[in-house]
Design a binder for this molecule. Structure first.
Ligand code: DAH
Length: 346
């Protein structure tokens, strides 16, 4: 037994002396001193020895164990020193190399345009309200005085979520085709005076250079006693000057929408050519930016306001359209392709 301990010690001396790295050293520690290691294996036979013998062998075993522990510690320090030495010998890190830049992100031009327009109306005293993107046919069309056979209800224009569009089902559910149902929801929830804008996404089954199936609008609604068209024009004039610049002129043209009477469209003088005529304004000197009008009495009736008790004006603007005009983009789809080379220009 004594011989086996001595030979174990000399084998350990040699092997630990040759260990090159921390993991090799750890393996040796387990092999010699581990619970199932060589030392334990030798000592397993101690029970059979006479007491005298046992004490003697025990002393030797302790000495061997202490020696192996010492060797392991020494080897560990040697290996650590060698690692540090190697690191110091290695070519130095070039701290003058440029780092990898993280490019700062930015708001998408559509989000920014929507925020800027919304903020401009907030300064004019309008509240900002949200309205659902999945909407009742009732609020998207019916309450807004759309006749039963209006072409906007067609499958070609409207995404039907539920219901039979051919049967003209007033219980149908649609992706809102405009933000105008926000007018209905606001009037059902509040009493006049009302002054709100409703920004958000709208959906139409439509796709070409100037239409995407999803786009953004901002709706405006003002309801009070004796609101006149002068206030509609004054408000939108103030908006155009605040948002596009004091030098812009406006022009109102008559138009038609089922939910306003009279209805109009608002043009802004072209910023690219100062109204002289260019490619952006198709040589007209004017850019169309929104639809507007005086709220139709049938709409007030639909939300239960007593006939003749209030008047109001409304308007609806396409956000992408405004962004395109402001930044001179010619393909609306480019706004949704997520090409950073385009987006980081704004
Ligand atoms: N909802 C209309 C559209 O999407 C835009 C519009 C026109 C909104 C006139 C209005 C309005 O509030 O008065 O084409």
């Amino acid at each position: 037994m004594q011989d086996r301990l001595e030979s174990l010690a000399s084998k350990a001396r040699e092997e630990i002396g040759r260990a090159q790295d921390a993991s090799g050293l750890e393996a040796l520690r387990v092999r010699y001193l581990g619970k199932k290691g060589e030392l334990s294996a030798v000592l397993g036979g101690m029970g059979k020895l006479a007491p005298d013998e046992r004490r003697r062998v025990g002393e030797i075993a302790n000495r061997v164990k202490a020696e192996v522990e010492g060797l392991l510690g020494e080897a560990q320090r040697r290996i650590a020193r060698a690692a540090l030495e190697a690191e110091l010998q290695a070519p130095p890190i070039d701290v003058t190399l440029p780092g990898r830049m993280r490019r700062p992100g930015r708001r998408h031009v559509v989000s920014r345009t929507m925020e800027e327009i919304t903020r401009t109306f907030q300064r004019l005293g309008f509240d900002v309200v949200q309205s659902p993107e999945v909407e009742l046919d009732l609020y998207n069309f019916e309450s807004l005085n759309f006749p039963a056979d209006h072409p906007a209800r067609d499958m070609q224009d409207t995404f039907y979520v539920h219901g039979d569009y051919l049967q003209h089902d007033p219980g149908a559910i649609v992706l809102r085709t405009h933000t105008s149902p926000g007018q209905i929801r606001t009037m059902l929830a509040r009493k006049p005076p009302i002054r709100v804008v409703v920004p958000g996404k709208v959906y139409r089954a439509d796709s070409d250079a100037t239409h995407t199936p999803m786009f953004h609008q901002i709706e405006g609604l003002l309801v009070d006693r004796k609101v006149t068209m002068a206030e509609l024009k004054g408000t939108l004039d103030a908006f155009v000057r605040a948002y596009f610049g004091a030098d812009r002129r406006t022009r109102f043209r008559p138009s038609f929408f089922p939910f306003t009477e009279p209805s109009g469209e608002l043009d802004v003088s072209c910023g690219a050519c100062a109204g002289q005529g260019c490619r952006l304004c198709k040589q007209t000197g004017w850019l169309e930016i929104l639809g507007c009008g005086m709220v139709h009495q049938n709409v007030f009736q639909a939300v239960g306001y007593p006939e003749g008790s209030v008047t109001g004006f409304a308007f609806g603007m396409g956000i992408e359209r405004v962004a395109m005009l402001r930044y001179g983009l010619d393909d609306l789809r480019s706004l949704f392709e997520n090409d950073v080379r385009l987006l980081e220009q704004f």
